[in-house]
Design a protein around this ligand. Structure first.
Ligand SMILES: [Zn+2]
Length: 224
């Protein structure tokens, strides 16, 4: 008989290991539920930290790489911030509910994660908040979301979280108006993407549905 420490848990065998532990092999039901809960909290925190840190990193890089002429970012009128953020949260919650609807079961982690990431995207306004000159929306960029999802795929290794992050990003772009630098921090050529807002909303919804389907598949693979 092999010692417990030598056993390879199914989830680790499946995923090759990640920051997430496999559930205990012979734990009680209560123990397993607690383990899953703490694991879900860790997934939520890890996803917010990765996403938020990447927003700040892109913002910081942009302060050095953006030409002076493009550093015209301004903070939106303070009175309009609460209603704008509320709209972002509501759309994020709607997409989180769509994920649960696809799963046919509430998924609290993604229900809270999607609106959190939708709002965290606006951390790239931080220099303006402190009165510093900065480029407009440096993290509202295709390069940002590709790098962030790649980092999540390396660190968190949950397809549903990666797809939920894509959904949150495109949901944010579907609500923002004005100009964006889609290739920040490489280029700070600004584009008005207003005509793509409906397409961004559709993309957000499609990624939410995909996140719901991904959870089901992962559960079969004993990842959670
Ligand atoms: Zn924004």
């Amino acid at each position: 008989m092999r010692a417990a420490s030598e056993r390879v848990a199914p989830a680790d065998a499946e995923t090759g290991g990640s920051i997430l532990d496999a559930p205990p092999l012979n734990g009680s039901k209560g123990h397993t539920t607690r383990h899953r809960l703490s694991r879900e909290v860790r997934v939520f925190v890890a996803a917010c930290v990765v996403y938020g840190a990447m927003v700040l990193l892109f913002t910081l890089i942009s302060l050095f790489t953006a030409p002076k002429g493009s550093q015209t970012g301004t903070f939106r009128p303070v009175a309009t911030i609460p209603s704008h953020e509320l709209l972002l949260v509501l759309l994020g919650l709607g997409l989180g509910l769509a994920i649960s609807a696809v799963r046919w079961k509430p998924d609290l982690t993604l229900l809270v994660l999607v609106p959190a990431l939708v709002v965290l995207t606006d951390l790239d306004h931080l220099p303006s908040y402190f009165g510093l000159a900065q480029p407009i929306r440096p993290a509202h960029s295709i390069i940002f979301i590709v790098c962030t999802v790649a980092l999540m795929a390396t660190v968190i290794r949950r397809k549903d979280v990666e797809l939920a992050s894509l959904s949150a990003f495109f949901a944010h772009l579907s609500i923002d108006t004005g100009v964006f630098p889609p290739f920040s921090p490489v280029s700070f050529h600004y584009y008005d993407l207003g005509e793509f807002r409906a397409a961004f909303l559709l993309a957000a919804f499609v990624f939410a549905v995909a996140a719901g389907l991904a959870v089901r598949h992962d559960r079969h693979g004993a990842v959670v």
